[in-house]
Write a protein that binds this ligand. Structure first.
Ligand SMILES: [Zn+2]
Length: 264
């Protein structure tokens, strides 16, 4: 079994506020990177107990947030910005059997969900795919789903876990924070979070061997509607030759291959 892991930062236990912890230069950024990497290493430990022989971690948080020096010796890291041409990266990801998400948060607008946002927390109000509100979990699951990888495990705050379970019934999750608000949560201790992630990741592999989840694929063609907070962001997005302006803050994009569309 070969496992591909996508990471984010806002769903990690101990990370609760944007202004202090999620951008380079923030006072708590380096500590937040180490917290994320501790959770990655816990997942790796769990995967190793199930005999997983290849683990590739993709550093998914905007500017990158994996603390390389502390990464588990059994894991490899896909990183750098921009994150390699898509054709090159897709060929690498296709070598893996299943994918997992760590440190994940809920979609923009989810009431009380800690650090809820979709892509750009400063600019994006909502993403809708074929009329359905989606966030980063659906984006990741659909993109990797198109490459043949099912999403079998996710860790993050409780709201992110619930979102994943609604999207992919049967997915294994580990909730390491209870959301009390966009900038507030109750985090479990580091050791308890790691225990849940270690055992959850291992259980996901066992379940996948017994009753495999399928890759997430929604039927096309696709219409992606992006609603921005401000009209100037929509002005810029509407400059794309295939973009259709819906209203002052909203732009619509069309496509047949989900991979061409889902991260625009
Ligand atoms: Zn994110």
């Amino acid at each position: 079994m070969k496992v591909y892991i996508g990471t984010d930062l806002e769903g990690v236990a101990g990370v609760v506020t944007f202004y202090a912890q999620t951008s380079p230069g923030n006072p708590g950024y380096e500590a937040a990177k180490r917290l994320l990497t501790g959770e990655i290493n816990a997942a790796v430990e769990g995967l190793l107990t199930e005999g997983v022989e290849d683990i590739l971690v993709c550093d998914g948080h905007g500017p990158g947030a994996v603390h390389y020096e502390s990464l588990h010796p059994a894991a490899k890291l896909l990183h750098g910005r921009p994150l390699a041409p898509r054709a090159v990266r897709d060929a690498v990801v296709r070598e893996y059997d299943v994918c997992m998400m760590l440190g994940q948060h809920a979609l923009a607008g989810k009431p009380l969900a800690n650090m809820n946002h979709t892509q750009n927390s400063q600019a994006i109000d909502a993403y809708r795919l074929n009329g359905k509100l989606i966030g980063e979990i659906a984006q990741f699951a659909l993109y990797q789903g198109a490459l043949g990888l099912p999403l079998v495990f996710l860790s993050g705050d409780e709201e992110a876990c619930r979102e994943a379970e609604d999207l992919i019934p049967g997915i294994q999750t580990a909730a390491v924070k209870r959301s009390l608000g966009r900038n507030s949560a109750i985090s479990l201790s580091i050791s308890r979070s790691h225990e849940l992630i270690r055992t959850g990741a291992a259980e996901a592999i066992r379940r996948q061997r017994q009753a495999p989840l399928s890759p997430l694929v929604w039927p096309g063609p696709y219409v992606l509607e992006k609603r921005y907070f401000h009209t100037d962001s929509a002005d810029a997005a509407a400059d794309a030759p295939d973009a259709e302006r819906v209203d002052g803050q909203t732009v619509r994009l069309h496509g047949d291959d989900i991979r061409d569309l889902i991260y625009r």
